[in-house]
Design a protein around this ligand. Structure first.
Ligand code: MRU
Length: 378
């Protein structure tokens, strides 16, 4: 199967739907025993060398795809969680148990549990109408979340571009433009639409305002070098990949105008958990007087976690650090390793948080959790 195949008509109605994940149901069409419902993800572990779909036909398969980062990034993890509940329901399995498995697949991105709960609530609400109806309700909830996520990407791109125009001087002259630095991957691969921080960069590029995107390689799993570079190249953006440790000298040389990153969880006090290596960028940005902007949907804000100290940081296997890629060892055999997947940036280092409902700037009067549903904030 090729990546990003045709979407069922009802999903295709939202422009900018991403190739990262889709629902497939070929029940009865193939007759070879391999049909039935599935969650199909573009296998991000293979990018950029191969564009291959991974077909998850059951919840354990989807959980494995989440843990291996075949599907990754906060908003799309929410979609994976919601479609996973729909998959369990469609297969007539124990939906409550499947929901628990999915929600626990990775601990840091709040969106995963959010997506699971959305589909589970729809399933529970329809349970008295029979299992087929409850399964349909879970799938409808997942599709609705997918649509909302795609639309949120568009709104964040517009809000983020407006914010950058406020924060940065309009580039002058033919060669001029903004030099934006990003970490990890926050584009269409993490979303039902165009993504978060990278969606803002794309909007700047399309407006002719991007001189260069600085792409942190993002060790240990190279989400920047592999995924952001892949997306930026397909969009025709001018970009350069740098070793994470090279960011400091770029700031010192005055060659970064703003930092744009995503988030996996934003605590009620405004602390931001994102890919490990984000916090040092925020410190550098503050030291050099450069705006540090977080772009995330409202579903990433977690009012239940009062402060950054309460955010659970996923620790991953040490061999991700001691190897350059699976099987290619760099450190000596038996080397110890420290491998937190995320770090926490205190809210006071964040210039602004761009959401689909508006831009928030600290100090937050009541914390970012106070964003009113559907209202522009600022
Ligand atoms: O471990 P990953 O690749 O899932 O980490 C992803 C990130 O840290 C992203 O920056 C984050 O999910 C924001 S994407 C909107």
């Amino acid at each position: 199967m090729t990546a990003g195949g045709a979407l069922p008509a009802d999903e295709g109605a939202v422009p900018g739907f991403s190739p990262a994940l889709r629902w497939l149901d070929t029940s009865g069409e193939r007759g070879d025993g391999a049909d039935g419902p599935a969650v199909v993800v573009l296998d991000q572990t293979r990018l950029p060398a191969q564009e291959r779909d991974l077909v998850c036909r059951d919840v354990p398969g989807l959980v494995a795809a989440i843990r291996s980062l075949a599907v990754r990034g906060a908003p799309v993890l929410g979609l994976a969680g919601a479609y996973g509940v729909a998959l369990a329901a469609a297969r007539g399995e124990d939906v409550e148990a499947a929901a628990r498995l999915l929600a626990e697949a990775r601990p840091t991105a709040v969106n995963l549990g959010f997506g699971v709960r959305r589909a589970l609530a729809a399933h529970r609400a329809a349970a008295d109408r029979g299992s087929a109806e409850a399964a349909r309700a879970a799938l409808a909830a997942a599709r609705e979340l997918h649509r909302e996520d795609a639309l949120a990407s568009e709104a964040m791109a517009a809000e983020g571009l407006r914010l950058l125009r406020d924060l940065l001087p309009e580039p002058a002259g033919e060669a001029g433009g903004w030099r934006l630095l990003t970490h990890c991957n926050t584009g269409a691969l993490v979303s039902g639409g165009g993504g978060t921080a990278l969606a803002v960069v794309r909007a700047a590029h399309r407006a002719g305002l991007l001189e260069r995107l600085w792409v942190d390689e993002t060790r240990p799993l190279w989400q920047g070098a592999r995924l952001t570079a892949w997306e930026a190249g397909r969009e025709g953006m001018p970009y350069a990949v740098l070793a994470d440790a090279a960011a400091g000298s770029l700031f010192a040389a005055g060659r970064v105008d703003a930092v744009l990153v995503g988030a996996d969880r934003i605590a009620a006090d405004g602390a931001v958990a994102n890919k490990v290596g984000t916090y040092p960028l925020a410190v550098l940005a503050r030291h050099h007087g450069v705006p540090f902007v977080v772009v995330a949907p409202v579903s990433t804000i977690d009012p239940a976690t009062p402060s950054g100290a309460g955010i659970v940081i996923e620790e991953r296997e040490g061999d991700e650090v001691t190897t350059a890629r699976p099987g290619v060892r760099v450190a000596p055999e038996g080397a110890g390793a420290y491998n937190p997947a995320f770090d926490v940036t205190p809210g006071e280092l964040v210039t602004a948080v761009v959401t689909e409902r508006g831009v928030m700037r600290p100090p937050y009067r009541e914390g970012p959790a106070a964003v009113p549903p559907g209202a522009g904030v600022g």
